[in-house]
Ligand binder design. Structure first.
Ligand code: C2O
Ligand code: CU
Ligand code: CU
Length: 507
């Protein structure tokens, strides 16, 4: 009897030890396999694709007319494998739109895919009803034609679908592009501005490919930010190289990924000049070695190239400020080769980058009429609330200045914060003065784990009681799950309804 019990206890202990060893082995395997790296693995055989500039026509009212069509596509990103995609006018991504401050534009957007979607102008200052957010659905077969006057400084803005609940999937399939704005001040600065030659868009996206080449939109085990891909596309090119012909190259970098944060550096650690953030040029260039961009953010940098150069733009382990395990599971330990830049033995010399760029008319704290706080909670809430298309969360008076305090109290995930219809200035990061690279107009700002950022904005004068602007986390799965709110801009003294009609605004 006693030996039977002893035997039983022995087997029991062996079973427990076995389970613990298996669990530890599994967790170690998950931890190790959660790290993605392509460093040293790419052959850089593919010339970087440059999205074509879309030439507008001029209509009878003098407006620049752009025609865009959402369509299905098939692309061979990986040799011998076909990937089904979405694109706008092209199988993947879109042509680049370009206009000058002061231009009136109209964009005819046709939906030739089999789902309703929208097209939002991220970074564009325009009336809410032209903004292309979740209220401006374009059904299959329909055309939506927003029109507005470009009223903001030179900047690199972009456009992408913004349908509530499916933004991550629509963007991931590839429907997105750049809208570059020029103005007199920036033209006079003699910055590198030959598109595709020395002024190069870099739309950076991570993807997961299934064995048959199709896109996988599954999240990684234990990641809480959504899709993190282990391959990188730049302008839809896998393993790309760019042949520089000038001694300076301006890169307009857009993080168009659904969730991944990048920390851009060159493999030889050369420094480069940051000249612009989301909303336009800085007052003066800032010399940096690494650049952190969360989804939706843009930066313009100028890198010096030597004759017979060969340098690789990489992303190296962005600091997510989270716990050790989440740092690993959310991509914080990942490293990527992004783009190789090479040159021949003769380069054209371009004018030096001026030490002063533009004067910025900063919003003043003495003008602030309202301070609001936005706490991003979990994976789906702001200030405890999930997005409701019929609820107006905030009412702002046109032309006034406000402070918005943004925070991510969690140690377990990162967020960022994007607002439509405005550009803001960052005035405080975790209680300290913001670093120089944040001293430009922004519309999206990174909120790492336990991060706090204070921004100030002057609101525009486009008034609409019925159509709201959005603010949200640009980690698109978070946004889709409800981490988004709505504000309307009204005239002084107005007393608007804070419930919106529940039907969508079809056009
Ligand atoms: Cu880039 Cu509300 O979006
Ligand atoms: Cu936006
Ligand atoms: Cu988020």
């Amino acid at each position: 009897m006693v030996t039977k019990i002893k035997k039983f206890i022995l087997y029991f202990i062996i079973a427990i030890v076995f389970i613990i060893v298996c669990w530890a082995g599994f967790m170690t395997w998950v931890f190790v396999s959660s790290k993605s790296s392509t460093v040293g693995e790419l052959s850089f055989d593919n010339p970087l694709m440059i999205p074509e500039l879309l030439e507008p026509t001029i209509d009878s009212e003098g407006r620049k007319v752009f025609n865009l069509t959402f369509n299905h596509g098939e692309v061979e990103f990986l040799e011998g494998k076909i990937t089904e995609t979405w694109g706008i006018n092209v199988p993947y991504l879109a042509p680049t739109l370009r206009a000058e401050r002061g231009d009136e534009v109209i964009v005819n957007i046709k939906n030739d895919v089999d789902e309703p979607t929208t097209l939002h102008w991220h970074g564009m200052i325009l009336p809410a009803e032209m903004d292309g957010g979740p209220h401006q659905l374009v059904a299959p077969g329909q055309i939506w034609s927003p029109t507005w006057t470009i009223s903001q400084p030179a900047s690199t803005t972009w456009f992408h679908p913004h349908i509530h609940g499916a933004t991550a999937d629509h963007v991931y399939r590839g429907a997105a592009g750049l809208f570059i704005i020029d103005d007199k001040e920036s033209n006079d600065l003699n910055l590198p501005n030959e598109y595709g030659i020395n002024d190069i868009p870099l739309i950076v996206q991570d993807k997961n490919f299934n064995n048959d080449g199709s896109l996988s939109n599954e999240s990684k085990l234990f990641s809480n930010v959504g899709i993190l891909g282990d391959e990188i596309l730049v302008n839809g090119t896998y393993s790309p190289y760019f042949e520089a012909t000038t001694n300076l190259v301006r890169l307009r970098v857009l993080n168009a990924s659904t969730a991944r944060v990048y920390n851009f550096e060159f493999d030889d650690k050369r420094t480069y000049k940051l000249i612009a953030t989301d909303g336009g040029l800085l007052e003066s260039p800032v010399e940096i070695e690494s650049l952190l961009l969360s989804p939706g953010e843009r930066a313009e940098i100028v890198v010096a190239i030597k004759p017979n150069d060969s340098v690789v733009l990489q992303s190296n382990s962005p600091d997510l400020h989270s716990s050790l395990l989440r740092q690993r599971y959310n991509g914080g330990d990942d490293t990527f080769d992004i783009l190789k830049i090479q040159s021949g033995n003769e380069l054209i010399n371009l004018p030096k980058i001026p030490s002063e760029l533009v004067k910025i008319d900063w919003p003043k704290t003495s003008d602030v009429v309202e301070t609001r706080s936005f706490e991003l909670n979990g994976k789906s809430r702001i200030n405890g609330k999930k997005m409701d298309m019929t609820r107006v969360d905030e009412v702002v008076v046109a032309g006034t200045t406000e402070i918005w305090e943004l925070s991510n109290p969690s140690e377990e995930t990162y967020h960022n914060f994007h607002a439509h219809g405005i550009h803001f200035a960052v005035i405080d990061v975790n209680g300290e003065e913001p670093p120089d690279y944040l001293k430009g107009w922004k519309d999206t700002v990174y909120l790492p784990a336990t991060g706090k950022v204070t921004v100030i904005a002057r609101f525009e004068s486009y008034v609409n009681h019925e159509v709201p602007y959005m603010y949200h986390c640009h980690i698109l799965r978070h946004e889709d799950r409800g981490m988004m709110g709505q504000f309307i801009v009204v005239e002084p003294g107005a007393n608007p309804e804070t419930t919106l009609p529940s039907h969508d605004h079809h056009h």
